[in-house]
Every structure is written in structure tokens, then in C-alpha cells.
Design a protein around this ligand. Structure first.
Ligand SMILES: [Zn+2]
Length: 169
């Protein structure tokens, strides 16, 4: 089931999510719906708060489903190693039509669990590192525009407000 994606301005996007403690069918269903929603958007990643659920769950696929074996579902993800630096354009399904260059680690190692509660470790470089960092930020109520200089952030916020007034948001 494709779920509605919350947009910037919704207070849920700024909240810190709770760790998942119950690994049941509901969690599996939520992850499945999030994957469908991500592919449908289409996007390379989605975090549970973007569909209104304040739980530490992210899904990502840097190939947007074009190449098998790239889907990652992570519960309670945590960055345990962050190395290097990159400064690339980033967007967000909750802030459609806006992109900006964001500083991210070039490589991350992330520990977490799958939907069965089994421990897993994911290592990512380049785009995968960016997406992992971006989605984990969502779980802490941080959006990519929060990482921009206040000048750049204000420009985007002003444009969003204009869209809101015009009923286009
Ligand atoms: Zn996002």
C-alpha cells in the first residue's frame, strides 16, 4: 500500500523517533508499505516519520528498484563509523522540487536490525553513505535543509511558504 508522504511544515518531521522494540507483523507490513511508497514516489530512501510513524525504521535503494539486491531495510539504525567527506546535491521526498548541496561523510558503517530483529551491519560509500546519513537524520527530526547555512535555508523556506499560500504544497 502506498502511504501519503508528509511534507515540510508537518511537525511530525521534526520529532525524534522511538526505537523499535517489537518485531512483529505490523512492523513488517509498515516496512513493506514504505518500500512501495519509496519506489512509487520514486525515491532512493524513506524514513518512517515521513509517513507519520515515529519509529526508528528506514528503507533505501540507491537504484530505486532498477537493480535487484540493493534494497535495504534497517530498524534502529546507528552510524558507528563515519569517514571522509562529500558535498553533493540532495533532495527529500518531504521537500519536493528542492535540492541543495549538503556535507555528508564519504563512508559510513551503520549497525541496525532487520524486521525480524536480527543484527545487521551495512557499509556505504558515496551515494549510499549520503542516503544512509539522510534517512538516519530523519529519525532524529533533522531534514537536509536544517544542515544548510541560514541564508540558503531561508531562501528555500520562503519559497515553500509561497507555495503553501498558493495551495501548491
Ligand atoms: Zn528525506
Amino acid at each position: 500500500m502506498i502511504l501519503p508522504i508528509l511534507k515540510y511544515g508537518d511537525p511530525i518531521l521534526h520529532k525524534v523517533c522511538e526505537p523499535v522494540t517489537v518485531f512483529d507483523r505490523d512492523l513488517e507490513r509498515l516496512a513493506k508499505d514504505m518500500v512501495e511508497t519509496m519506489y512509487g514516489a520514486p525515491g532512493v530512501g524513506l524514513a518512517a516519520p515521513q509517513v507519520g510513524v515515529l519509529k526508528r525504521l528506514i528503507v533505501l535503494d540507491v537504484t530505486v528498484g532498477q537493480k535487484e539486491g540493493n534494497l535495504i531495510i534497517l530498524v534502529n539504525p546507528e552510524i558507528i563509523v563515519a569517514e571522509g567527506e562529500q558535498h553533493e546535491d540532495e533532495g527529500c521526498l518531504s521537500i519536493p522540487e528542492f535540492t541543495a548541496k549538503v556535507h555528508r561523510p564519504y563512508r559510513v558503517v551503520v549497525s541496525g536490525k532487520d524486521t525480524n530483529g536480527k543484527e545487521t551491519v551495512i557499509e556505504g560509500e558515496g551515494l549510499l553513505s549520503r542516503v544512509l546519513a539522510h534517512e538516519i537524520d530523519h529519525l532524529n527530526g533533522i531534514l537536509f535543509i536544517d544542515l544548510l547555512s541560514s541564508i540558503k535555508r531561508d531562501i528555500i523556506k520562503r519559497k515553500i511558504r509561497k507555495k503553501v499560500r498558493a495551495g501548491e504544497w
